[in-house]
Design a protein around this ligand. Structure first.
Ligand code: PEP
Ligand code: MG
Length: 659
């Protein structure tokens, strides 16, 4: 008995959804298979399911055979079509950063491998920041199998030994998962490893080899390599990174079999730079992370679990050095620049002083600013200035909250569209915007509608070849021409508005008709949702002011919208006619140029006169040297990267103190 459907699981059947699907499948006696493109795998193995690489919106068939086949089909098809049904928020939060974070990071492994100099190496910039400290080389010896063929009478005992070792590793991971000290992100990562340890793909493969006469350690090594190779071969960065996880789990099983303790990171000295060819996410997640000054690794890219852990704990990291990492085995000290992906072995005095200065300055600044996290900046006249965050994915929520963001002033929705092989569904968008609204309520979350053009094409939209993509079919222009895409986003936003303070802003507006046409579409979407009985709520509609035309018609625009948000990045390039990406004209691309500053002032005046909120979400909003000027012009909201928030609050408070 079988049924086909389109998968609605966000990002497809990757780690955690695969585990959930397997858990459901294992609840039925029937044999259950999932079939994609003619390939069928057991629905009771999360590793096999992951390797099938099922993506969102793909068609699959569920096949069940047994007494409860009808019930199994119903439950499994139900999950594929509506994966969130019956899940509480907590269960969802345990998914490794929603697993999407891993894909949010830049593509891994593209850094050049050649050394820059005798003691300088270059790898993948995987977690930003500077570090210098004593090298802590972590090169545990490879585990080798005994290479001995078992006698027939030994096989049963070896299988028992193997099963006990697997049980011990699972118990260790369960113990780690029970610790309150494990952060939500790390918990998801350890849970994914535990799933691999519990999956019969790895254990089944190893047991098969033992039955064939191999000793357990050799069997585990071979089985892990076989499965890791399959993960490496899939055309998906996220799944490729799971190969390292399989090796890590295999290693843990082998260590138990050999009765050896794993090489521990427990004694890493304060501020040391951890150097390894390959560190298992499992090892890093339970290491004393607060003591680690930096991480340098031969393996791993920007989407590996190591990178994710390092980023979420603010540890600078350079990964993917390949064989070059061996040059660090005997290093005494190491300096690393996680922004550029540089590693310097035994730096000279001048480099030492330079790095020490950077690290100290950054730490001092960070420490001095934390008192501003909970500050609500207020001017002498009582006006509150909202200092909000610019983010582009749900994974950045934690950093924004941690910094003290008073809401989101710009949620760039492009990433949602760009990280997929296809256009994101209305449901997926509604879930994303809802999560944002809930995280920041009652503060506002300003979601910018899709701002994409020929310079950044995405799957599912065909862009014409353009001589000047920055002056072409982008932002609101494209959206109005593609109501199928635009309405899906507007409907998702109306649905999310039920859950918090959602506001919506339109990018690249240059004509008042663009706002009016959008309103017509919003009304259409509202009527549709009402007719369908789908819960929804209205939202404030605003515009970005980032074209000279919008500045010149600001007074008229202000009558039609609830707020302005000045996009100084584009406004500067269009006012100055200087491409923001072209370093040759970088001097002209200057927000402090009087031409740009007067455009900002004109916008502020028009907004203030009409009584609407005027904010700013371009990079300039976070510049402490300009904040007082913007506030004096009448801006009451400044939105910036989370890292700039506390500094901006400090600048506003200093201004308030001056009166
Ligand atoms: C801007 O143009 O200032 C802006 C915030 O938008 P983006 O940088 O995404 O174009
Ligand atoms: Mg812009």
């Amino acid at each position: 008995m079988e049924r086909s459907t389109i998968v609605r699981v966000h990002e497809g059947l990757h780690a955690r959804p695969a585990t959930r699907f397997v858990k459901l499948a294992k609840g039925f006696e029937s044999d259950v298979e999932l079939v994609k493109d003619g390939k069928a795998v057991s629905a009771k193995s999360s590793v096999k399911l992951m390797l099938l690489a099922v993506k969102e919106n793909q068609e699959v068939t569920v096949r069940a055979n047994g007494a409860d086949a009808i019930e199994a089909l119903e439950a499994l098809i139900g999950y594929l079509e509506n994966p969130r049904a019956g899940l509480d928020d907590e269960a969802e939060a345990q998914s490794p950063a929603n697993d999407a974070g891993q894909e949010a990071a830049p593509a891994p492994g593209s850094a050049p491998a050649a050394p820059d100099g005798a003691n300088r190496l270059r790898g993948v910039a995987a977690s930003e920041g500077f570090a210098i400290g004593p090298a802590f080389a972590h090169f545990p010896p490879d585990i080798a199998g005994q290479g001995r063929m078992l006698q027939a009478e030994e096989i049963e005992g070896e299988i028992d030994r193997f099963r006990m070792a697997v049980g011990a590793v699972q118990a260790r991971m369960d113990h780690a998962l029970a610790q309150d000290s494990l952060s939500a992100g790390d918990r998801g990562i350890v849970a994914a490893l535990r799933d691999i340890a519990a999956d019969d793909s790895l254990t089944g493969e190893a047991e098969g080899l033992i039955k064939g006469g191999n000793d357990a350690v050799s069997a585990v090594i071979t089985a892990a390599s076989t499965i890791a190779a399959e993960f490496s071969a899939v055309d998906d960065h996220y799944l490729n990174a799971r190969a390292d996880d399989v090796h890590a789990v295999g290693r843990q099983i082998c260590l138990v079999l050999l009765g050896q303790d794993d090489f521990s990171l427990e004694n890493i000295p304060e501020g040391a730079i951890l150097i390894a060819d390959n560190i298992g996410a499992w090892d890093l997640a339970r290491a004393p992370l607060k003591r680690i000054g930096g991480v340098v690794c031969g393996h791993g890219g920007a989407t590996s679990h190591i990178a994710i852990i390092a980023r979420s704990h603010g540890i600078p990291a350079v990964l993917g050095l390949g064989g070059q990492v061996n040059a660090l085995r005997t290093a005494q000290d190491v300096a690393l620049d996680g922004n550029a992906g540089h590693v310097i072995i035994d730096p000279d005095e001048a480099t030492r002083a330079d790095f020490a200065g950077r690290v100290e300055a950054a730490a001092k600044e960070r420490a001095g600013l934390t008192i501003f996290k909970t500050v609500t900046p207020k001017l002498a006249d009582g006006r509150i200035i909202e200092v909000a965050a610019n983010i582009g994915s749900l994974e950045e929520i934690e950093a924004a909250l941690e910094a003290g963001a008073m809401g989101i002033g710009l949620f760039r929705t492009e990433l949602l569209f760009m990280r997929h092989m296809h256009l994101p569904s209305e449901d997926m968008q509604a879930e994303t915007y809802t999560a944002l609204a809930k995280a920041f309520a009652p503060y506002p979350v300003i979601v910018r509608t899709l701002d994409i053009g020929g310079d950044k094409p995405i799957a599912g939209i065909e862009f014409p070849d353009e001589e000047n993509p920055f002056l072409g079919w982008r932002g609101i222009r494209m959206c109005l021409d593609r109501p199928d895409i635009f309405k899906r986003q507007l409907r998702a936003l109306l649905r999310a508005a039920v859950h918090g303070n959602i506001k919506v802003m339109l990018p690249m507006v240059s004509d008042i008709s663009e706002v009016r046409q959008t309103r017509v579409l919003v009304d259409e979407c509202t009527a549709e949702l009402k007719a369908e009985g789908v819960p929804h709520a209205s939202f404030d509609l605003g515009v970005m002011i980032e074209t000279p035309a919008a500045v010149l018609i600001a007074a008229a625009l202000a009558k039609e919208v609830a707020f302005f948000s000045i996009g100084t990045n584009d406004l500067t390039q269009y006012i100055m006619a200087a491409d923001r990406l072209n370093p040759t004209v970088a001097k002209l691309n200057d927000v402090t140029n009087p031409a740009v500053m007067s455009a900002i002032e004109m916008t502020a005046k028009a907004g203030v006169a009409a009584g609407i909120m005027v904010g700013m979400c371009g990079e300039a909003a976070g510049r402490p040297d300009l904040i007082a000027t913007f506030v004096k012009m009448g801006l009451t909201e400044l939105s910036m990267s989370p890292a700039s928030i506390q500094r901006a609050k400090k600048a506003i408070m200093a201004m308030a103190a001056e009166g």
